[in-house]
Design a binder for this molecule. Structure first.
Ligand code: BEZ
Length: 215
């Protein structure tokens, strides 16, 4: 395992807008280098442990939606502290017991090098279990969204897909996506910047639909 963390940041906690730390690791699909995914969207999906009920439910849901992520040029990557043999055995068990093929790689991180670099460890953690962290990374390698759930609560795969679609729409149209926005629904314009623009927009100047896409 090889990890590079930002030199200017002594703390391993990442924020939106930071560069995703590069690393190389073994995965269920072979050797992997994070920086080789530049040019694609990436959903890095940490789970506390293999062979656990909530994680199994999440992986089944993610596998069922994998094509939706792929259509949007988003690479799915699972990761946990478990070893590669444990990942392989779990993937095999999900296939034999539930008839679901996990189509994306799962990274092994037994030294916790990646979990530390990305701040995936619960501050109260007594063992190597990571929290349910998610990092959405854009094609330039920039972290665009971070979610952390406790080990006890499963995540919503439709919400992760919605988040990806929203980020892509923001980039495509220069728009903002309102609460519970779904692809195809109206977006809103960024806040106005000048008094002239506010006066022209009228009483609802602070909530304007997106009418013209930025070039
Ligand atoms: C689970 O995925 O079910 C789980 C994982 C770690 C701790 C507790 C539950």
């Amino acid at each position: 395992m090889n990890v590079s963390t930002p030199a200017e940041s002594p703390l391993p906690f990442l924020r939106i807008g930071d560069r995703a730390p590069d690393f190389s690791a073994r995965t269920t699909h072979g050797e992997f280098i994070m920086s080789a995914l530049r040019g694609h969207w990436v959903l890095l999906f940490a789970h506390p442990a293999d062979f656990t009920p909530v994680c199994t439910s999440e992986f089944i849901a993610l596998a069922r939606s994998a094509e939706e992520f792929q259509k949007r040029d988003c690479v799915l990557l699972g990761i946990s502290a478990d070893s590669l043999p444990a990942h392989l055995a779990w993937v095999e068990a999900i296939n034999t017991q539930f008839g679901i093929q996990i189509p994306f790689p799962i990274i092994e991180d037994p030294s916790l090098a990646v979990a530390r670099a990305y701040g995936m460890l619960d501050s109260a953690a007594q063992d190597s279990a990571t929290v349910r962290s998610i990092f959405v990374i854009d094609p330039s390698g920039t972290i665009r969204a971070i979610l952390n759930y406790p080990a006890t609560v499963g995540r919503s795969v439709p919400e992760l897909l919605r988040l990806l679609c929203a980020l892509q729409e923001v980039d495509r149209a220069g728009a903002l996506t309102p609460e519970s926005w779904q692809p195809g629904q109206p977006t809103v314009a960024p806040p106005l910047q000048t008094q002239a623009a506010v006066e022209k927009a009228g009483a609802k100047w602070f909530f304007q639909p997106m009418t013209r896409e930025r070039s």
